[in-house]
Ligand binder design. Structure first.
Ligand code: PMT
Length: 411
């Protein structure tokens, strides 16, 4: 059973939220309804209270509501924040970070997944402001149940009608109860940067935030896999249910990954591993002279080692997934990397723009395997992770029993 906060905002579709609340409850979830003031003009809180058997929250400053700072308490106890109907107004407030009522504060305070079912007039739905706000929310990971087309309450015909309650309930179920398609599998993921020490106080690093690797680890865990995440230094929280192994340098990551491959069904190398490391000075390098020349040596190429050891017969059942961060001829270079490193799937990542790749919320990649390519346009890293694992799942059964490493090719 999951705990779902159902936000109801002021649109004619609010009446359908009653059926939605009932459907969620029938599916075994505990539903707490939060209504905006405008929503109460359409449906009475008592209706929801009778269905959910919980007090309906209608305001930030109700007596009792602040005794335990309720929006914070609720924010940390829910598994999903669902808003149906979501008006243009609430979508704008969420996107803009406004916190002038209970529902907006709850949105800002919770780390639970967010699902929005918008409903509004067709022109409002098509407006750049609304679509821009939805893009912002999607980029932060919110999922959207698209409105349907048809006869709207305002008399217009077009897109904007609240999706039907069974569709909304199914979308909520897919989030709180994802199919356990990787149950019984072990997935090893690397993420984040590596730091290579120059001397006791300085290091060389890169701009990887860890978001991409962490998103893959989180999605694999949601699908029921047992997940080990080998992470370079990052500032982001570890995904729930994941065994986190923290490392600092490429050498440490090499040791942590290679020693854990046995038994892994899938390895996904999303980490940005340094290719060269400085020869570390024993003491702090003094500042004398206008130039400092660093001597660097090659680090172990972890992915290439996994590919060649598998080709030699080790870990025959392990599916290998690499990333390729490129700034030009992205797909061609990534395809070469896939063959050279002898991996099954490579995620070609164009890192030349500011809106994708390193230290961004979104990514645009091409998945390259022996049987073809899939181009994924710019989207949240959580969605990219889903697409990678969908592809991995399609490849897994083929590998069971018979390893099919990509043919080695020279460069
Ligand atoms: O962490 P984020 O801010 O979310 O950014 C995500 C990302 C841009 C870091 C990620 O999407 C990505 O592209 N990761 C791979 C970065 C990289 O090192 O690419 P590469 O083309 O240099 O390496 C190719 C593959 O070999 C990668 O799978 C890499 O993990 C692996 N490698 C590289 C060097 C090395 N010494 N050992 C390796 O295993």
């Amino acid at each position: 059973m999951s705990k779902i906060a159902l936000g109801v905002t002021g649109g004619i579709g609010a009446y359908k939220a009653v059926e939605g609340a009932r459907g969620l409850q029938k599916a075994g979830h505990d539903v707490v309804v939060v209504m905006t003031r405008a929503a109460t003009e359409f449906v009475g809180p008592l209706t929801f209270e009778a269905i959910t058997r919980h007090r309906v929250i209608t305001g930030q400053f109700e007596p009792g509501a602040n005794a335990d700072i309720e929006h914070i308490a609720l924010a940390s106890s829910i598994d999903l924040l669902l808003v149906a109907p979501a008006t243009a107004n609430i979508i704008g407030k969420f996107a803009g970070g406004i916190a002038d009522d209970f529902l907006c504060s709850l949105y800002l305070a919770t780390r639970a997944p967010v699902l929005l079912a918008p409903a509004m007039n067709s022109n409002m739905w098509a407006h750049d402001a609304v679509q821009g706000n939805l893009r912002t929310l999607r980029a932060r990971g919110a999922a959207i149940v698209e409105p349907g087309e048809g006869f709207l309450a305002c008399g217009w015909v077009g897109p904007g009608r609240l999706a039907e309650p069974p569709e909304i309930v199914a979308a909520a179920e897919a989030i709180v109860r994802p199919a356990q398609t990787l149950s019984g599998r072990h997935v090893l993921v690397s993420g984040g940067p590596t730091y290579e020490d120059i001397d006791p106080v300085r290091f060389v690093g890169n701009r990887s935030s860890g978001r991409m690797g962490y998103a893959v680890a989180a999605e694999a865990a949601r699908r029921g896999a047992s997940v080990t995440l080998v992470s370079g230094p990052t500032q982001i929280p570890a995904p729930e249910g994941v065994d986190l192994v923290r490392v600092r340098s490429a050498r440490e990551m090499h040791e942590a990954v290679v020693s854990r491959v046995a038994g892994a069904d899938v390895v996904v190398m999303a980490a940005a591993v340094a290719d060269y490391a400085p020869i570390r000075a024993a003491g702090k390098i003094a500042k004398d002279g206008d130039e400092l020349v660093l001597r660097m040596t090659r680090t172990p190429d972890i992915l290439a080692e996994l590919g060649s050891r598998r080709a030699a017969g080790e870990w025959p059942r392990t599916l290998l997934v690499g990333f390729a961060a490129e700034t030009s001829d992205v797909v061609a270079r990534a395809g070469d990397k896939r063959r050279r490193k002898q991996v099954d799937l490579i995620v070609a990542n164009d890192v030349s723009g500011d809106d994708r790749g390193f230290d961004t919320e979104e990514n645009a990649v091409t998945l390259i395997a022996a049987d073809g390519e899939d181009e994924l346009t710019l989207r949240p890293k959580a969605d990219v992770a889903r697409a990678i694992l969908d592809r991995v799942e399609r490849m897994l059964p083929r590998l069971a029993g018979t390893a099919q490493p990509a043919a080695a090719g020279g460069e």
